[in-house]
Write a protein of this length. Structure first.
Length: 116
């Protein structure tokens, strides 16, 4: 089984009232489905980009900077790691995740886990 990262991208700002409750319910159900299928490895939501700290190497020094590396209208809001036999199976989990969250989901294999 290969492992895939399902990255959930969300827009800046707060969700409309009532949306979080529905998404949480649907996401909990999907996580239970993934666990029952043996596909679930790990999942987590992230705090907003304003809580990020970027660590980078510049001219031999390690510098830290508050905030995200890049500014954008969307940011990484959370992720799920799944085990799947192939990309098609991982894309099906990505499809279900985008339905549960109503947000775009990027599906990407880990290095060394690429399709044969």
């Amino acid at each position: 089984m290969k492992q895939y990262l399902l990255s959930v991208y969300q827009p800046e700002g707060d969700a409309p009232p009532g949306v979080i409750e529905d998404v949480t319910r649907d996401l909990d159900a999907l996580n239970r489905e993934m666990k029952a299928a043996g596909a679930w490895v790990f999942a987590a939501g992230l705090h907003p980009p304003s809580t990020a700290t970027v660590v980078r190497l510049k001219d031999g020094d390690v510098l830290t900077t508050d905030g995200p590396f890049a500014e954008g209208k969307e940011h990484l809001g959370g992720f799920t790691i799944v085990k799947a036999p192939d990309l098609d199976a991982a894309l099906e989990w990505g499809r279900k995740l985008t339905v549960a969250t109503t947000l775009p989901v990027e599906v990407r294999p880990f290095q060394g886990e690429a399709e044969d």
